[in-house]
Design a protein around this ligand. Structure first.
Ligand SMILES: O=C(O)CCC(=O)C(=O)O
Length: 295
């Protein structure tokens, strides 16, 4: 069991109204919101039995972790931890994840509205932003030797990350110098918003400039919400079987004016990121999506 305490560097706010939310949001730092999601039906009703009853036959996308990722966490760096993506029913996924005899570990990461239309009403969409979010549902697991993990990366969106059930440990780093996070820019396959560094086992010989002192650690409890600003690096590990919802909102031009600290970060990332995007088809697609979102 991983034991950590929420860092004092992350503010907590109870049931903010939009004005209070935006005041804190302007600081361009992560913060925790209490007292909001804990009242949602999702936080009170989403047992596996309930989910199977309503959505058991729905088709979901499941990611399977690579064997060498399981053998040694050192391997995971930026290379995808997943080797197989499978579509199956939600019931099959829960059966496999809870009862599998092999050391197979999987992670569900799928569009909420497309895959779980029957239970949308259990969620009160946050209304701090005016635009419509893209909502992702994550259902992960943890056992003695392994936890569902998302490797260190940043996203080009505002993330309202809601812990519905169970707990997650989230390690965050402020987006200081982009290249000090060692994005895999030398690889045509690599995606520029990933890091080669495993923040749980930092190899300072290979990654001497990694800003390890800046680490902020949070354990998100059921019913808590974490706001993750665009370009903030994060690494996420399941502490137990758990479900989260990410509400992803595109960045708008006016956000650069309101979240003043974001512009220098963007200008630091953009040149190497764009150079890499031009040489890598996958990265180019991500980059074009980002600009479409802003416009
Ligand atoms: O919950 C996770 O494993 C990852 C969440 C995440 O990276 C995100 O919402 O951007």
């Amino acid at each position: 069991m991983i034991k950590v305490q929420t860092s004092e560097l992350v503010s907590k706010i109870k049931s903010p109204n939009t004005k209070q939310f935006l005041n804190l949001w302007k600081e361009y730092r992560p913060f925790i919101i209490e007292g909001v999601a804990k009242n949602w039906d999702a936080c009170n009703k989403w047992t596996n039995d309930y989910l199977i009853k309503h959505c058991g036959d729905n088709i979901v996308t499941v990611f399977f972790f690579k064997q060498d990722f399981l053998e040694s966490h050192k391997n995971f760096a930026y290379e995808s931890a997943f080797e197989l993506v499978n579509d199956m029913t939600y019931k099959e996924f829960l059966d496999k994840a809870n009862n599998s005899e092999d050391r197979m570990v999987c992670y569900l990461n799928t569009g909420f509205e497309e895959c779980f239309p029957e239970i949308i009403e259990d969620v009160n969409y946050p209304e701090y932003f005016k635009s419509k979010p893209n909502v992702i549902l994550w259902h992960g697991f943890s056992n003695k030797s392994f936890s569902s993990t998302s490797t260190l990366h940043f996203d080009k969106i505002h993330n309202i990350f809601v812990q519905i059930r169970g707990k997650k440990r989230i390690v965050l780093f402020p987006p200081s110098d982009y290249l000090s996070f060692y994005p895999p820019l030398e690889s045509g396959q690599g995606i520029g918003h990933n890091s080669k560094v495993n923040p749980d086992d930092i190899n300072l010989e290979s990654f001497p400039n990694f800003p390890w002192k800046e680490k902020i650690e949070v354990v998100l409890q059921p019913g808590e919400i974490l706001y993750i600003p665009p370009f903030w690096w994060h690494h996420v590990t399941a502490i137990d079987e758990n479900i989260s919802l990410s509400f992803w909102y595109d960045i708008k031009i006016k956000d650069f004016v309101m979240q003043k600290k974001m512009l220098p970060i963007f200008l630091n990332i953009a040149p190497p990121y764009l150079r890499h995007a031009i040489s890598s088809g996958e990265s180019l697609m991500h980059t074009m999506d980002f600009f479409k979102g802003i416009i």
